[in-house]
Write a protein that binds this ligand. Structure first.
Ligand code: M6R
Length: 469
């Protein structure tokens, strides 16, 4: 649906975001005689710029005025046909400028820029960049020109290419052979300092969205078991509801691959407004979350291009676990355990596993529903597995805590319904096996994901067991 053109086709606009007050703006513009060809908020921005242009007679000023009238989280790019100038503005949605030898490129994520340049400027909220022969950045509120630091990406072009893989997700899954080991290459002093802050904080909240949120939830189990420490969990979008409990000694542990997720940024703002501290685990160097954090650790997973997060997730988990060990004063034990895990994962990701999983997928691909159960830290992993299946296979998938299934959802199990049972070799094992037997007796096709086989499984996916240090 993009770009949208001005009526005289003198400028065109693309948008990333949502204009929350678009109905109100659209109503006002209609009374001024504007007609609309679409129902989109993007077209409203274009008409608003046209209207403001009547007063300012200057496109840049009209864009500034219009952008400041928008509510919501947005980034826009406008190209002027006459002088070929490009304007881009940001408020809430990510926007970055790649600086090439002979060109500039705008994007919402660094990965597509890599092929062209490693020199990047991360735009902040309320900033407008003007691109002609050169670039200029202005603050949208004060109109002051701003000098911004140019960051150099450490990623390689090859990392952003598919190579011989069929698709990026597969490539990124296989990259876990290296990414887990890379995630734990950190400055031990920094980790220990962060652990000190976490231990001193009065109220620690782990916050992320989607998959990163599941990592945070898994983190609550890791901190409980390893560091005997209670940390709270909330999804980014839900966190502001807890602002009543936030104070200057609160600490937010933020997890985000992109470092640009708006709901997560809003959660940070909630804490920072009350002078609390923020520790973040991010993948994108120089990202907004990284820059706005008091402490930040890079998960070193390289560009994650597939929409479905895989390698970044396991790297985030590894670092969360390492932090939990550091909080328990056992950083070295955690490091050794994670090194061993990385080796085991490397062995697990072999061709045979891929072939077996392809066959299994053929067997279940035409089912409408799929359920995943897990207990303890495998409960968030059951939720996470469901996200992966939903977004990749478009099959209705849901994750449940093993013990919760009998409280209602078990009614959904039919003859042959595929159910994944995530069974760890720990104190949850027996209960998980009981839960698995319950659903099998309802006719479920059981796919056990476990270090050991069990007669209740119809299919077994073997995973390594490194135990706990
Ligand atoms: O970049 P972030 O980690 O902050 O993104 C948060 C979610 O949008 C993200 O984890 C999403 O749920 C996954 N890509 C799904 O696989």
């Amino acid at each position: 649906a993009h770009p949208h053109f001005s009526q005289n086709e003198n400028f065109a606009l693309v948008q990333n975001g949502i204009v929350e007050n678009y109905q109100e703006l659209r109503g006002k513009l209609k009374t001024k005689g504007y007609s609309f060809h679409t129902e989109t908020d993007t077209e409203v921005i274009v008409r608003l710029i046209e209207e403001n242009l009547k007063q300012t007679h200057n496109l840049k000023e009209a864009i500034t005025k219009s952008f400041n009238e928008l509510k919501g989280r947005n980034a826009i790019v406008v190209i002027n046909k006459e002088n070929k100038t490009i304007y881009a503005a940001r408020n809430g949605s990510p926007l970055m400028l790649g600086i090439g030898d002979n060109d500039f490129i705008l994007a919402s994520d660094p990965s597509p820029l890599l092929k062209h340049t490693k020199q990047i400027i991360f735009l902040d909220d309320h900033e407008l960049v003007t691109l002609g022969d050169n670039y200029q950045i202005h603050n949208l509120t004060t109109n002051q020109q701003i000098q911004k630091e140019v960051q150099t990406l450490t990623w390689d072009v090859e990392q952003a290419q598919k190579g011989n893989y069929e698709h990026f997700m597969l490539k990124e899954i296989m990259e876990q052979k290296h990414t887990l080991a890379q995630a734990i290459i950190q400055d031990p002093e920094l980790i220990k300092n962060i652990a000190k802050e976490i231990n001193l904080a009065f109220g620690v909240y782990a916050v992320g969205c989607g998959t990163a949120g599941k990592v945070c939830l898994a983190g609550t189990y890791a901190f409980s078991e390893i560091a005997k420490k209670h940390i709270n969990f909330a999804f980014g979008s839900e966190f502001p509801n807890f602002h009543h409990f936030i104070q200057s000694r609160s600490l937010l542990l933020v997890v985000s691959q992109s470092g640009e997720t708006a709901d997560t940024l809003e959660a940070m703002q909630t804490v920072q407004e009350k002078n609390g501290k923020v520790v973040s685990l991010v993948n994108v160097m120089g990202s907004t979350i990284m820059r706005k954090s008091d402490y930040s650790l890079l998960i070193n997973a390289g560009p994650e291009i597939a929409v479905a997060s895989t390698k970044a997730t396991t790297s985030q988990l590894a670092l969360t676990i390492l932090l939990a060990y550091a909080c328990a004063g056992r950083y070295e034990d955690g490091l050794a355990l994670l090194k061993q895990t990385a080796q085991e994962v490397t062995l697990m990701l072999n061709n045979q596993l891929q072939e077996n999983l392809k066959k299994l997928a053929q067997q279940i691909k035409d089912r409408n529903d799929l359920y995943i159960i897990g207990r303890g830290a495998n409960y968030p992993m059951a939720l996470e597995a469901a996200i992966k299946i939903q977004e990749v296979s478009y099959i209705h998938a849901e994750g449940f805590a093993g013990g919760e299934l009998k409280h209602g959802p078990i009614a959904l199990i039919e003859q042959g319904t595929p159910c994944l049972a995530l069974i760890a070799n720990d104190e949850t094992k027996q209960d998980m096996l009981s839960n698995t037997i319950e659903i099998k007796s309802r006719g479920a096709y059981i796919i056990g994901v476990s270090p050991e086989n069990n007669e209740v499984f119809d299919y077994w996916i073997k995973v390594p067991d490194v135990g706990i240090a």
